[in-house]
Structure formats: structure tokens, C-alpha cells
Design a protein around this ligand. Sequence first.
Ligand code: AMP
Length: 296
Amino acid sequence: MIVLRHADELNRLDALRQPGPLVLVPTMGALHEGHLSLVRQGAALGKVVVSIFVNPTQFGPGEDFAAYPRDLEGDLAMLDHAQVAAVFAPPVEDVYGGPGEVTVRAGRRAEGLCGAARPGHFDGVLTVVAKLFGMVRPDIAVFGSKDAQQCLVIEQMVRDLRLPVSLIDAPTVREPDGLAMSSRNRYLDPEQRTRALCLSRALARGRALLESGRRESGAIEAAMGEALAAADSIDYAAVRSLPALGATESVPDGPLVLAVAARVGPARLIDNVALRVELRGVTEIRLLGHRAPAGD
Ligand code: AMP
């Protein structure tokens, strides 16, 4: 496994480009089994480069940039046992050095949900993802559908800027009791860890209502909100269309996402499930690859 700690070493990736494809798995480190599942999916497609970079521009003032868990040695030890060809773990100056006047502005998909709760967050995400694409020049990039809005916003950037990279969305990896794995779960004490289960339970509640034939978004969102009562505060409990992330009064047949975000103790946690609602029933689906309606 090649470890690149500086951007000026990136030419060492050239040895991995033939035979391709080169697959990028971007992360912020503090790795867990969810990240490793992205690596495994990438390794089935080509040679995997994992980037480890806690991106300052996607954190708002008062958010956890300084406190975000950093454990490069632990991460490298974990990746050494995975099918990883290279790790790119640059310092902030190598990514943001220079005047830094040009950034990416996220489109309409970034307006609600986490975009509303975290102003500027997705501009920061897209800017760093564009930089990582420019530096690593992958053929394929793998993102977790755990961060559903992030996946969709990146998909829109790749499409709109005609970036020559294919995107793969990987399913959310959960703890046995349903909690979505997250680096931020490290912030939780045992009591908070128990309460954090309310996120996956809220999604199950929303899904059960859809399965029972309910279609009013307001009622489904209210029921998910009730299920989140164990959280310290709720950012959102939402039913949104795919891929546009639009809100509708009544759930139409087709792809949708149930999405929740809530604070439990010091951690802001998110979770979601992508579903297709049809007359025949409700099935879980992949997040990406749904055709965007004209104008989205
Ligand atoms: P992060 O390090 O939190 O920025 O995440 C890096 C990548 O791993 C993103 O594409 C995330 O969506 C993905 N990811 C995080 N948690 C999970 C999980 N529990 N299951 C699958 N993918 C995940």
C-alpha cells in the first residue's frame, strides 16, 4: 500500500493507472466498517485509492472541525488489511494552499435538509471533491448512500460540470441493532448510544406507514418526528423525491427518500432510506441512477 502524505507525490499513482480503472474512495478518516465496505466495492472494480482528509470548508462556525476524530495511524493499520493500493492523506495547505478564490457552488439539491441546517456545507463538500478528483484523477469514485444528499449533490456536479468520473453509491452499513455506522458515533456515551437508535427507528416507522398505504407526507414526517423524541433536538424528518429532493404534499408512486437528522448529546447524526413506492408495495432501492426530471 502506497502512502502519499503530500500532493507533490501524486505522480506515484501513475503506476496504478494501467491497467485501470483507478477508484477513489474519499473519506475524512476515523475509519469504520462502513468505509471498508466502500473499499471492498471499489476493489471489485479496480485499484483503490482512499483519501483521508478532514475538509475544513464543509464545517460551519461552531461545528466539530477541531474535535473531529483524527487517527491516521489507526486508519492506515485498518487499510493495510484491506484491498487498498494507495492512501492519500494530505495536509490542509496541499489542498487549499494559494489564493483559493474559486469554489464550487452546489445546485438546488443542496437547498433543503442538511443544506438548510448547515449553510455552505455542500459548497465545501463539492469544492473538496472537485479538488480530489482533479488531484487523483480517478475513473470511478465510491460514495456512501448514508450521506444521501451528499451523493445526490455530487451526482449533479459531475453531470453539470461534465466531469469524467463514474459514481458508485454504496449501501449504508449498520450496527447489528440498526444504528448507521458513523465516525461521529465515537462521540456517544452508552446512554446516548441507546438513544441514537431513534434515527433508524424513525425511518422504520415512516416505511411502515408507506407500506400500510399512507401517502400524506405531513403525516409520515410527523410520525418520524415522534419517533425521534428520544433525541436532544431534531433537524429534520423528511419525505423527499429522488433525485431532486423535492417535497410534495402527497407521496407519488416512484423513488423517494426518507431522511432524518437529529442531535444526540454532542453528535449530529443523519440517516436515510431510499424506497420505491408502487401500487404493488414498497421496496428498498439504490440512491443514484434515477433519471432527473427536466430542469433538475
Ligand atoms: P466520511 O468519512 O464520514 O466523510 O465518509 C466517507 C464516505 O464513507 C462517504 O461517502 C460516506 O457516505 C461513507 N460512509 C460513512 N458512513 C457509512 C456507512 N455507515 N455505510 C456506508 N458508507 C458510509
